[in-house]
Design a binder for this molecule. Structure first.
Ligand SMILES: [Zn+2]
Length: 333
């Protein structure tokens, strides 16, 4: 993913966003959200293991063996966790005209429930380390422990916790692990910036819906949710399309005591990530929980570098995010 303000059609949409947006967001969050009692907690060790298992395959870059192996692992793991699984296979064209064979991995938990929520993350890792300070690293793929594997790991653990609990939520859960989110055009290419080169898997899915009448009430995207001392500001695209969901999730985080992670800071510029296309094309109001430092205007020094390995993954952060997502699901009437 990348910061949005460099180029994007969504920027035009934002140009029209009403000014009152800013004022509204300073209002205190709603204090009371009732959460159904539940008994199976989010297990940080288990989440960490789910992250580690993906990273162990190596960089998950389309058209490589680790990529195919990880797709199988994710399909099998979702099935083992009791989900109905569908794998959407496709070929998409990258910014450099390469044809990428991709797999969007879709799971449905509690399929009998009519009201549903969507949890999604990208599972591929970037094919280059174009932000690495070491020149020799720049053309090498990254492990994407945080950028890719962390969001998937938290979602898998949320599903495990839900299934282990005798008290089921009132709402069904859909899962999508999108491919080829991170194969976007690097900044230093002299060919001029093409539009929509990121998030190829979610764009394909939104334009070619594999499930008819797929209408979860809302979606939550998890991206880079594993770094120590992470910051999750309220993100501009999420606020534009799904302000109510942002308020709900951040107030749950506050109630759980996680305001140091889920501060009320706002990243107004927004971020190009899979939720842009889930909102814009699939029309499912969706938010992005994504690590971003508003003060430095950056994702962190691991971002798109060889530093993004298991050494930066914090069980505490995985747990914070997982508990917030779990409580949000259980808060649904
Ligand atoms: Zn990325």
């Amino acid at each position: 993913m990348r910061r949005l303000f460099l180029f994007s059609i969504t920027l035009l949409v934002f140009g029209c966003a009403p000014e009152q947006k800013k004022q509204e967001s300073n209002k205190p969050v709603k204090p009371f959200i009732v959460t159904k009692p539940y008994f199976s907690p989010f297990n940080a060790d288990s989440a960490y293991n789910f992250v580690e298992a993906q990273v162990a395959f190596g960089p998950r870059v389309p058209n490589t063996k680790p990529h195919q192996e990880t797709a199988k692992y994710l399909e099998q793991t979702l099935k083992r966790l009791g989900a109905d699984v569908l794998v959407q296979k496709a070929q998409v064209t990258a910014y450099n005209d390469e044809k990428l064979n991709i797999f969007n991995i879709i799971g449905r938990v509690f399929p009998e429930k009519e009201n549903r929520v969507l949890l999604f993350a990208h599972w591929d890792s970037r094919h280059i380390a174009d932000r690495d300070k070491n020149e020799e690293n720049k053309d090498q793929p990254i492990l994407g422990a945080n950028d890719g594997a962390s969001g998937v790991g938290v979602i898998l653990e949320v599903i495990r916790a839900l299934q282990a609990d005798s008290t089921k939520p009132n709402i069904g859960v859909d899962v999508i692990f999108f491919d080829a989110e991170d194969y976007g055009q690097p900044n230093d290419v002299q060919m001029g910036q093409k539009a929509d080169t990121w998030c190829l898997g979610s764009q394909y899915w939104a334009n070619n819906p594999p499930i008819k009448n797929f209408k979860p009430k809302y979606g939550i995207l998890l991206d880079m949710v594993g770094a120590a001392d992470a910051f999750f500001p309220q993100e501009g695209v999420s606020l534009y399309y799904a302000r109510g969901i942002v308020n709900k999730v951040w107030s749950i985080a506050a109630r759980l005591g996680y305001m140091s992670y889920f501060s009320g800071q706002i990243n107004e510029g927004g971020i190009t990530d899979d939720h842009v296309y889930v909102n814009r094309i699939a029309k499912i109001p969706s938010i992005d929980i994504i690590h971003y430092d508003v003060n430095t205007q950056d994702f962190g020094d691991f971002h798109h570098t060889q530093k993004d390995d298991m050494s930066i993954i914090s069980k505490s952060t995985l747990k914070v995010v997982g508990e917030v997502v779990l409580a949000t699901i259980h808060s649904e009437p």
